[in-house]
Design a protein around this ligand. Structure first.
Ligand SMILES: NC(=O)c1ccc[n+]([C@@H]2O[C@H](COP(=O)([O-])OP(=O)(O)OC[C@H]3O[C@@H](n4cnc5c(N)ncnc54)[C@H](OP(=O)(O)O)[C@@H]3O)[C@@H](O)[C@H]2O)c1
Length: 332
């Protein structure tokens, strides 16, 4: 192999479905075409990275593959007039880390239309502490606010509370003055969830116990990253004119519900996707995360790891054992 090489997580999958994760050197010349060559300094670990890196269906079709749906770094080469070498950028979503080489490698090459200039209030490290999880939590909250949610409306339930999206949903809602009910399967992490800003902790099994088509209202609004029966039952517990932002499927992509929450309680079910948002909208939300909504305790919200630790951490994620988020440094 000739030319400059870089270090990356590299996933291979055999015809018989055996998946292997390795840290390896790859030539920059082998990266896909694109207008920007970016030296990645920080990435993070997301649920989707785990799906991609373990060869499960739904995220990555073609292997071998360099995963990583999050990247922040510095433009090294640009074929686009809007960017110059030395510019700091955030690249998240679109096809990054799905079937395009992603941020769990020291270099990516991407279309200029995927890159957000780093907001003045954020460093690359801070941007990746938020990562897709924080960005998605912000989108969920934005949708709730658009539907009229305000701190006086009552408790906001956040499911998957100890996960990436859940963690940031709790912290951002608390910063904005909302009272948060953290719904979790890891009740032993109550102290951690209170420290993030949750006012009450709810065992997620409570959601599964709601057997009637509609139940006594318990929450004003919700942010759900689980899907399945958790989401279906959360809808039964939402108060009149409340909204639930649904962004995930950590439990299931099914949703078996009735129309009762919608036609009796005026409840709104709001879809949230961070991947294909127009780039201008992404830039606006990143700006917000670096200014009005910026969290004071970002460093407390992650554990920093290097590439070598990524396979172990993805394995813990696959087993639902992770609390909070991993920030991945590509410089270690
Ligand atoms: N729509 C979008 O654009 C978007 C963006 C980002 C993420 N997502 C999706 O949102 C979901 C969460 O992402 P994440 O990065 O926060 O993942 P994560 O860090 O792995 O957290 C998921 C959390 O969900 C709970 N959980 C996990 N497996 C579960 C199961 N089988 N049944 C019930 N609860 C379970 C756990 O929280 P507790 O133990 O506290 O209950 C876990 O910490 C994923 O489905 C992801 O694909 C979507």
């Amino acid at each position: 192999m000739t030319g400059k090489q870089y270090k990356t997580l590299w996933i291979t999958k055999t015809d018989t479905g055996i998946v292997e994760q390795a840290i390896t050197d790859r030539p920059i010349a082998d990266l896909p075409d694109g207008e920007l060559l970016v030296r990645v300094h920080y990435s993070s670990l997301n649920y989707k990275d785990m799906i991609s890196a373990t060869g499960r269906p739904g995220v990555t079709r073609n292997y071998p593959h360099q995963p990583g749906i999050d990247a922040a770094g510095i433009v090294e080469e640009s074929l686009h007039p809007d960017f110059s070498p030395g510019d700091e950028v955030i690249v998240c979503g679109y096809d990054l880390g799905m079937n395009t080489a992603g941020g769990l490698g020291q270099y990516i090459r991407v279309p200029a239309g995927w890159a957000v200039p780093m907001p003045s209030g954020l460093t690359a490290r801070e941007a990746m502490i938020y990562g897709t999880a924080g960005f998605t939590a912000a989108l969920c909250i934005e949708k709730l606010l658009q539907m009229g949610a305000h701190p006086e409306s009552g408790d906001v339930a956040v499911t998957g509370a100890t996960g990436g999206v859940g963690t940031f949903a709790i912290a951002l809602l608390a910063k904005l003055g909302f009272s948060v009910a953290a719904v979790t399967g890891k009740i032993e992490n109550a102290t951690h969830l209170h420290a993030l800003g949750a006012h009450q902790i709810v065992d997620r099994n409570v959601l599964l116990e709601q057997k009637r088509p509609i139940e006594k209202p318990r929450f004003a609004h919700g942010i759900d990253s689980l899907g399945g029966d958790y989401l279906a039952n959360l809808l039964k517990l939402i108060d009149y004119s409340g909204s639930v932002a649904a962004c995930g499927l950590a439990s299931s992509f099914d949703l078996h519900t009735t129309v009762l929450p919608f036609i009796l309680r005026n409840v709104n079910l709001l879809g949230v996707d961070c991947v294909e948002q127009p780039i201008e909208r992404k830039a606006m939300n990143w700006q917000k995360l670096g200014s009005d909504w910026k969290l004071d305790n970002l460093e407390d919200m992650v554990e920093e790891i290097g590439l070598e630790q990524v396979p172990d951490c993805l394995d813990r994620m696959a087993r639902g054992q992770v609390v909070g988020r991993y920030l991945v440094s590509l410089d270690r």
